[in-house]
Design a protein around this ligand. Sequence first.
Ligand code: SAH
Length: 251
Amino acid sequence: MRFETLSVFPQVFAPYLDESIMGRAQRKGVFDFEAFDLRRWTHDRHNTVDDAPFGGGQGMLMKPEPIYEAVDEISSMGEGRPYIVFFSPCGRRYDESCAERLAGEERVLLVCGRYEGMDERAYELADEVFSLGDYVLTGGELAALVVIDSVVRLLPGALGDDMSAKDESFSGSLLEYAQYTRPAEYRGMGVPDVLLSGDHGAVDRWRRRNAIERTALWRPDLLKGADLTPEELAFVREVIQRSNGGGDVDE
Ligand code: SAH
């Protein structure tokens, strides 16, 4: 899979993507990436990419022309048109299902804003606009790195053989179960006995129940998408009732 970024800070991507799992995945050919400098598509001496907003107001906006010219030229390079992603706090909330969908693309171009954002007409170029969450970043570069990281780890060969993305949080609409490693006793805190028992069936049952319990307590909103048996649903009610101090369950 190929990722391309378009931004005024093209040098910020490699230090992250060349390290650890992302670096190894690149070397294994799981993905490649190229960071384009938006200023390459400016035509004045100062390589201007921003201008003051019509109607007044604070800050500067990214001009549409360099973005259009860059996206046109990058799209015509190489094979196949890229899937084009822009970022904005006004966009669709990015989640694991978006990552899964993007992992099916051959080529994704991530267009990163800066300053007060972009001239609204630039968003016409986007196949999709994503927001990472309800907060404002100074630029889209971190958002692009989040997207690349979360998609690459879903690609075959990205994680080692002993690691898997398939039973982690959000796969199957549940948070991941609690995990422990050595020592079995630390500062007075133990580990659930079942995990030390060697009984794999019992461990699986405990993990499923623990995942359901944590999701019911911390992210009940996720349970709508979860595939639960009638017994598990009863357990969810029990957990929620307990956490409400025995009150009624809000359906
Ligand atoms: N004035 C805009 C914010 C611009 S922030 C507003 O109030 O909506 C500058 C850039 O940072 C944006 O163009 C976008 O690329 C990026 N950015 C900021 N917050 C983000 C978020 N929550 N998710 C994704 N990208 C974000």
